[in-house]
Design a protein around this ligand. Structure first.
Ligand SMILES: [Zn+2]
Length: 100
């Protein structure tokens, strides 16, 4: 005689553990480190489709002084590791926040 072994019934009451993950405040600067080669010094910003329009005033001596520049970027901006050329565009926002 064989008994059927039924799998244990799941409990009706599911216990839920809600883990609240709080992002720590950036008390110290989080440096961008290339996850591929560990480079944390050299980076390139690469922009495609850039129109650079600079307004100059010609001075009396024939030299020019820039008044304003109106640079427009139409394409994609990529952020690239300066050592292994990996695409680190996901860090570009952080780069802009840390750009002074
Ligand atoms: Zn790298």
């Amino acid at each position: 005689m064989r008994e059927k072994v039924s799998p244990p019934k799941p409990e009706d009451k599911k216990k839920r553990f809600i883990v609240v993950k709080k992002r720590p405040f950036f008390t110290t600067t989080t440096r961008i480190v290339c996850p591929y080669c560990g480079n944390d010094e050299d980076f390139w910003e690469y922009a495609e489709g850039v129109t650079i329009k600079t307004h100059y005033i010609q001075n009396e001596d024939g030299s020019f002084s820039p008044i304003s520049d109106d640079t427009q970027i139409f394409g994609e901006i990529r952020f690239i590791c300066g050592k292994c050329n990996s695409d680190l565009t996901k860090y570009h926002k952080q780069f802009l926040e840390m750009l002074f």
